[in-house]
Structure formats: structure tokens, C-alpha cells
Design a protein. Sequence first.
Length: 127
Amino acid sequence: MACRISELVIDCADPDRLAGFWSEVLGYVELDREDDRSIEIGPPAVGFGGLQPTLILSPSSDPRAGKLRLHIDVNATDRDQDAELARLLALGARPVDVGQTGTESWHVLADPEGNEFCLLRARLRPL
């Protein structure tokens, strides 16, 4: 028997802002809100334990030091990469230079708090 990734936890200054951003990016909804201001978002009608991991946006005042050691990769499901890039930028993502050559098939972006993620070229079927 193997493990599955069930949740990804992102420490952040503003859980409401990041929950809103990532909900729009992934088509997620708010599943839970804790007294410590943590917010869990996940796939609608599935929630925790489904095929996709939920995200927990956890409040933290600790400053981020250096490049993240883990990042999220996303793929569009209903449009091509250029259209999805435009959508993500309109939602508040911004391009980030982490040393790319310019010939990559992916785009490196940052969410509103500067957490890097990549938009890959391949288009996936919706779940």
C-alpha cells in the first residue's frame, strides 16, 4: 500500500487572499475555515480525500527566506496555454525569473504572495 498526497499546506500572510486566488486558478471552493484563520479549499462536491489534494492556506508572519523548495505545476483543462496564461495574469499572478533560458515550454509565475508555480504546456482533461 502506498500513500497519497491529500493536502498541501501553504504558509501565507493573507489566507483569504490566497484562498481566493487559488480557488479561481483551480476551480476550488472553500471547504473549511479554522479559528486560527486557516482556510482549506478543494474540489467542489468532492472535498478532502478526492483525486486532487486540497490546499490549506495557513496564516504565518514568518518571512520567506529564499526560493521555495517545492512548487506547484498547473495545466489548463479548457483552453490553450496562452489563453490560460492571460487568465492567470488577470487573476493576479505575475511572471517570475528563476533563471529560465526563454526556450522552456512552461511559464514560471508567482501567486499574489510570491509563491512560485509553473503553467505547463500540456492540456489535461477535466476530472
